[in-house]
Each structure stands twice: as structure tokens, then as C-alpha cells.
Design a protein around this ligand. Structure first.
Ligand code: OSB
Ligand code: MG
Length: 370
């Protein structure tokens, strides 16, 4: 394929409910979308999962926009790109900025598979035609509100509940959740809110029989996680610390985690995600698909990734209606009563992109051409 135009759009999309983590609250997303067009006029869409500020990672909406416009788009424009699988390599001169890279890279995979008339997930080597789903529930105004939310998600069929924790919203909160729901599959995500000095508190969480504790320590740490893991019965899962395939190998070899949250944007797109999944699968480490409050385009790409064989645990990818009054794809993502998402059979990402709605939501647009 030869990409002749890269279009960037920033859309603003208010969340149905605010989403709060240990690093802050999001009420409205600022999402950068990438549309790539080849010489025959075929298109592909990707989404940048960077947040509204440099808090989950150093990337955010503005760095993604300028990095895509000034560096990444020019690196692929006009090049004879043999396969979407080689796009990440073309962008190698840029260090980091994996979420920005993923926007462009995933758009190329959508284009390639639309052209070939095959579903993206099959092209990636996916084997699961139905993926198990859980939900991630942010920090709430009260424990009562949290319990109500959990009840609603379980009624909808979701297979596991993840709650966000932080100092002051941890032991007591989990105690109440467990008292009310003694047998559910439950886990907690701290988004780096603790340090090794909190090991006694984290050890106290063992009694709640959590599936895992996600990223309790520093966003860029592995050694302290390995030390902590030796002191815990509960498996640790790394999110922020795993940015590339070699990180996954190091984490597993160090014993820093027993499970990996794999996020498509965080690792830089499908080619790198396939490599991370492989590192984990070959070492018997389960992975699951994380979420970044994606619109339908990012969500569709997540679904494709989550069909790979290593995705053996329920992920954070859930129905569009949990986030948006109206999504930017058609149909929106829905779950079955079994708490699964069925991988679409249509070519590419398998959902129709609502171009007019996107243009109506766009607050800026830039076309980079050869
Ligand atoms: O740590 O997994 C995380 C959202 C934004 C940033 C980081 C995280 C999350 C989530 C939400 O947990 C997952 C989702 O529902 O998309
Ligand atoms: Mg996380």
C-alpha cells in the first residue's frame, strides 16, 4: 500500500459518567483519530489512546497531535509500505510516543484488511470469535454508589469487576464489596498509587481473594513489583510498566507480575501487541485487553487484538453505552448476556465509521499529504 494522505481529527466526546482513577477524573475525552488513505482511495481508521493530560503516561492529546503531524505522518506518507506489519518499523526513528504511533499503525491495519476484504482479527491471527468481558469501575462518591454500580454491571452479564483503588479507597472499600459479593471475580487497579513502604497494606488485600492487583507501584518500575510479588499471594498484573515486548519478558523473568494487561495504544499498535502477546503466551503468562476509555474505533481495534490466543482472562473492553450517549461507529459495541463481545465478520475493524458524526464532533482537522 502507498499512503497518500493522513487526516487527523480531534473530537470531544463527553463520558456518560465521569471516570476517576488515583491520578484524576475524566469527564470529557479529547480523542485524536487518524484516517489513512491510499493511492486507490481506500481508507483506514485508527484512534490515539493518549489521555487529556500527561498523567497515565507522558503522552497526551497535544503531544500526540503534534508528533503525528510533524514526524510520524511524514515517515509513512508516499512510502511503498508492503504490509501494515512493517509500519511500526518505519516509525522507529521516533522514540517513545507509542500511543501516537498506534493511531497511525492501527489505521494502516484497518486499511490493509478492508482492501483484502477480511476481518482484521482473523488477519492478526485471532482465534477467539467471542471475547470475555469485564468492566473497570472508577472511584465513586461513596461505597454505596460503587456497590450499586457493581450490581448493575453484574446484572448486565459482565464476567469480572475491576475497581480502582488508592490510599483511603482500598481496604475498607474492598471489604464492603466482598461482603456484598462474596464469590464474584474481582480485581483492583491502583494506577501506581502506592510504594513498597505500603507492602503491609497491600499484603492485607490477600484476604479478598482478588484475581490480581494491577500496577500498585511506580509506573516505570519492575524491581519493586518483583519484591512485592514475593510477599503477596495475590498475583500482580502490570499495566503502565509494560510498554514494549522486551518489558514483558523482563517483567516475567524478574517475577514482577504473573499477569499482563495488554493495551494496544500503550505498546504502539497491533504488531507490537502481537509480539507482547507472544512473549507472554510462550511463558504461560495470561494477558487481557485493557481499555483507555476509547471511542468505537479504538474499541473495535481492541476487540480484534483480544481475539489472540493468549487473551485468556476477561478484559476491560465493554459496551459503547457504558461510555457514550452515541458512539462514532455503527453498530455500537454491545455485549451478549454471557458477558462476551462477538468479533465482527465484516472486513477491517468490522464496524462502520460514522464519518459525518465524527466531522460534526471534530474541533480541529489537519490533512498531511505528499
Ligand atoms: O489503568 O486501566 C487503566 C482508563 C484510563 C486510564 C487508565 C486505565 C483506565 C481504565 C478504564 O481502567 C478501562 C476502560 O473502561 O476503558
Ligand atoms: Mg490499569
Amino acid at each position: 500500500m502507498k499512503i497518500v494522505a493522513v487526516e487527523l481529527r480531534e473530537i470531544r466526546l463527553p463520558l456518560v459518567h465521569f471516570f476517576e482513577t488515583s491520578f484524576g477524573r475524566t469527564t470529557e475525552r479529547r480523542i485524536v483519530l487518524a484516517r489513512v488513505v491510499d493511492a486507490d482511495g481506500a481508507e483506514g481508521w485508527g484512534e490515539c489512546t493518549a489521555g487529556e493530560g500527561p498523567f497515565y503516561s507522558e503522552e497526551w492529546t497535544e503531544t500526540a497531535w503534534s508528533t503525528l503531524r510533524d514526524f510520524l505522518a511524514p515517515m509513512i506518507l508516499g512510502r511503498e509500505v508492503e504490509r501494515a506489519a512493517s509500519v511500526f518499523e518505519l516509525m522507529r526513528p521516533v522514540r517513545g510516543h507509542r500511543m501516537a504511533k498506534a493511531a497511525l499503525e492501527t489505521a494502516c491495519w484497518d486499511l490493509e484488511t478492508k482492501r483484502a476484504g477480511v476481518p482484521l482479527w482473523k488477519h492478526l491471527g485471532g482465534v477467539l470469535s467471542e471475547i470475555p468481558c469485564g468492566v473497570s469501575i472508577g472511584i465513586q462518591e461513596s461505597i454505596g454508589a460503587l456497590l450499586e454500580k457493581i450490581e448493575r454491571e453484574l446484572d448486565a452479564g459482565y464476567q469480572r469487576i475491576k475497581i480502582k483503588i488508592k490510599p483511603g479507597w482500598d481496604v475498607q472499600t474492598l471489604e464492603r464489596v466482598r461482603a456484598r459479593f462474596p464469590a464474584i471475580r474481582l480485581m483492583a487497579d491502583a494506577n501506581s498509587a502506592y510504594s513498597l513502604a505500603d507492602a503491609p497494606l497491600l499484603r492485607a488485600l490477600d484476604e479478598f481473594e482478588l484475581m490480581m492487583i494491577e500496577q500498585p507501584l511506580a509506573h516505570d518500575d519492575m524491581l519493586d513489583h518483583a519484591t512485592l510479588q514475593r510477599e503477596l499471594r495475590t498475583p500482580l498484573c502490570l499495566d503502565e510498566s509494560i510498554r514494549k515486548p522486551v518489558d514483558a519478558r523482563h517483567a516475567v523473568e524478574l517475577g514482577a507480575c504473573r499477569i499482563v494487561n495488554l493495551k494496544l495504544g500503550r505498546v504502539g499498535g497491533h504488531a507490537e501487541a502481537v509480539a507482547v502477546e507472544r512473549v507472554c503466551r510462550e511463558r504461560g503468562v495470561p494477558v487481557w485487553c485493557g481499555g483507555m476509555l476509547e471511542s468505537g474505533i479504538g474499541r473495535a481495534h481492541n476487540i480484534a487484538m483480544a481475539t489472540l490466543a493468549g487473551f485468556t482472562l476477561p478484559g476491560d473492553v465493554s459496551a459503547s453505552e457504558r461510555y457514550w450517549a452515541e458512539d462514532i461507529i455503527e453498530p455500537p459495541v454491545t455485549i451478549t448476556p454471557r458477558g462476551t463481545i462477538i468479533a465482527p465478520e465484516a472486513p477491517g475493524i468490522g464496524f462502520e465509521v460514522r464519518r459525518e458524526r465524527i466531522d460534526a464532533l471534530a474541533v480541529r482537522r489537519e490533512v498531511i499529504k505528499i
